[in-house]
Design a protein around this ligand. Structure first.
Ligand code: ADP
Ligand code: MG
Length: 590
């Protein structure tokens, strides 16, 4: 076992490490610290979130700077204000036994002159977001012309947020002969290009398994409340403006529904499932290949043929029934040497499935938070600014320029910029400024539970439900059972005591399915009409499924056989293969 003592760190730093309670170095620390201490080298380090990258660059940086000098010697660029503050705090803890180390955080949304004053007092290490850094360089408030070390932390995130140009500008203000250390969870093309452009034969370290392409995909899960799946999906899309993704749903119905909602909400989305004609499917695929569709919502079967290389994200809107299927899904991204992200939207009750998948794919998931409305606004704003900057000018505009100038002449530069950005940004702002946090915290999810529990969800035995469809909607007990089974992904025997009345019906399941059922039907529409399921106040006699009167149900079926295959049929989420064989579903896999 390697100890911190063996990495070449000074006593004062080791004491700080002891105080922090770090017992042994993480893999990235064990690999990076000796390299960075020994040589003045460039370094590219790939390691997932939460692997201790801050300490991997923080300790060597603190050890190497000249404490007696007040000159700014180290610059750390990091994507967000939160990370800047976090890194700054960490570095302060690391250097608690060092005399005269000053670390200053600079980021947007706080007083620039106050930050400038802190730097004036002498900051050997500056931790900055690219936007604010560039701003302060422009105003001569910070001098990075003498730095020895430049650290790009979370490089993939920074580029994802559209900071490429800013980073380039900032680096052009730094001396040639410095060391650049790049830390990133993934290695998309843009990161590789930064490394190539600005670094000199960097040493490389990769943490984590490097087996056959698998590690090009990062697996993330986002825990949300059952009703928040769709809003969560929207946020994930909004937080990744250049997303090019396949969104997987379990049934054809959900696939169609999610795609329609996305389109309605203004996304470039399309549906791909077996109920479409071959021609329709070809059209969708062709649009996807041309990237006219950014979010392809698909069933597993329909997506099997997708051979598109540059997919940035696979989103599991719902987890598949079988783990094997998850592997196929996530394999749609991270192809041809590119990196990709497989995101899973889960509810608390599905976390155990994540554990099962981790075991199977021998890779850990990262638990991530759905971005808040403000974070999304920030991302969109930077993205928009860089989009404006990188847009090629259409010369046709020249002819109209005098007229346009006339209209806009009263606006000064700042006003003009604000207005241009507002054109698109206000849409996001209006939507997100009023939204809540979607992440289920211990407290909130318990609160939600309690609310639901007021209906008293039994935890064992049999549960009887009320559903607001009946004979009037062309159901008989068998077609209703089929509908429920397919919609819920259950087996036929999981649903019993189906009792169809004129305008509503009852059915039973074992209590373990209650959560799934209430969640599925929390906002469920067929032909624009809400299908509502509630736990019936009347347990429906007996309780255990053994008591159910199968014979009676069968008899009813025979009497009503004629209703089968009515208009309902199209609403049933038929299983993808059409074989109807589901014997292994939901059993034993998770
Ligand atoms: P990353 O930047 O890779 O996402 P961080 O540097 O933020 O990871 O570290 C994640 C967490 O792990 C922090 O809370 C940090 O204090 C802790 N940590 C870092 N190194 C160690 C270590 N060697 N032992 C125990 N905890 C550590
Ligand atoms: Mg970090």
């Amino acid at each position: 076992m390697t100890h911190f003592e063996n990495l070449g760190l000074e006593k004062s730093l080791l004491n700080a490490i002891t105080d922090l309670g770090f017992e042994k170095p993480s893999e990235v620390q064990e690999k990076a610290i000796p390299i960075l201490l020994e040589d003045d080298t460039d370094l590219v380090a790939l390691a997932q979130t939460g692997t201790g990258k801050t300490a991997a660059f923080g300790f060597p940086l603190i050890q190497k700077i000249h404490k007696e000098s007040r000159t700014t010697q180290g610059l750390i660029l990091s994507p967000t204000r939160e990370l800047c503050l976090q890194i700054t705090n960490e570095l302060k803890l690391y250097s608690k036994y060092e005399k005269g180390v000053n670390v200053v955080a600079i980021y947007g949304g706080a007083s620039i002159s106050e930050q400038a004053n802190q730097i004036k007092r002498g900051a050997q290490i500056v931790v900055a977001t690219p936007g604010r850094m560039k701003d302060m360089i422009g105003r001569g408030m910070v001098n990075i012309s003498k730095i020895d070390y430049c650290i790009l932390d979370e490089a993939d995130e920074m580029l994802n947020m559209g900071f490429y140009e800013d980073i380039k500008d900032i680096l052009s203000n730094t001396p040639e002969e410095k060391s650049t250390w790049l830390f990133s969870a993934t290695m998309p093309r843009e990161v590789a290009s930064i490394a190539k452009k600005f670094m000199h034969s960097p040493k490389e370290i990769t943490v984590g398994a490097k087996n056959a392409g698998a590690n090009t995909v990062q697996h993330q899960y986002y825990e949300v409340g059952g009703r928040d799946r769709y809003p969560a999906l929207k946020r994930l899309a909004d937080a990744n403006p250049d997303i090019f993704s396949v969104v997987f749903c379990r049934t054809k119905r959900d696939t169609q529904k999610v795609a329609e909602k996305l389109i309605e909400d203004g996304y470039n989305a399309g549906a791909l499932h077996g109920d479409l004609s071959q021609n329709q499917r070809d059209l969708v695929m062709s649009a996807f290949r041309k990237k006219q569709i950014q979010m392809l919502v698909a069933t597993d079967v329909a997506a099997r043929g997708i051979d598109v290389d540059n997919i940035t994200h696979v989103i599991n809107y719902q987890l598949p029934d079988e783990i094997e299927t998850y592997t196929h899904r996530s394999g749609r991204t991270g192809r041809a040497g590119k990196s990709g992200i497989s995101m899973v939207i889960v509810t608390r009750s599905e976390i155990r499935k994540i554990k099962a998948i981790e075991k199977k794919i021998k890779q850990d998931f990262i638990s991530k938070k759905i971005p808040t409305g403000i974070e999304i606004c920030e991302i969109q704003l930077y993205h928009l600014a860089s989009k404006i900057k990188n847009t090629e000018i259409n010369d046709e505009i020249d002819n109209y320029l005098p007229a346009i100038n006339d209209v806009l002449q009263e606006l000064d530069r700042e006003e003009l910029i604000k207005k241009i950005v507002s054109v698109e940004f206000t849409r996001f702002y209006n939507y997100y400024s009023k939204t809540k946090d979607l992440n289920t915290t211990e407290k909130s999810s318990r609160g939600e539970r309690n609310k639901k529990d007021s209906g008293d969800i039994p935890t064992n035995g049999s549960v009887r439900y009320f559903i607001n469809v009946g004979e009037r909607d062309d159901y008989d007990w068998m077609s209703l059972k089929d509908f429920l089974r397919d919609t819920l992904g259950l087996e036929k025997d999981d649903i019993y005591k189906v009792d169809v009345k004129e305008s509503f019906s009852f059915f039973n399941t074992d209590a373990k399915f209650s959560g799934l059922i209430l969640e599925t039907f929390s906002e469920f529409k067929v032909d624009g009409r809400f299908i509502n399921v509630e736990i019936s106040k009347n347990p429906g006699g007996g309780g255990g499924r053994r008591n159910r009167d199968r014979g009676r149900d069968r008899g009813r079926d025979r009497n009503r056989g004629g209703r089968q295959g009515g208009s309902r049929k199209s609403h049933r989420g038929k299983s993808d293969g059409g074989s109807g064989k589901k014997s292994n579903r939901r059993k034993g896999f998770y």
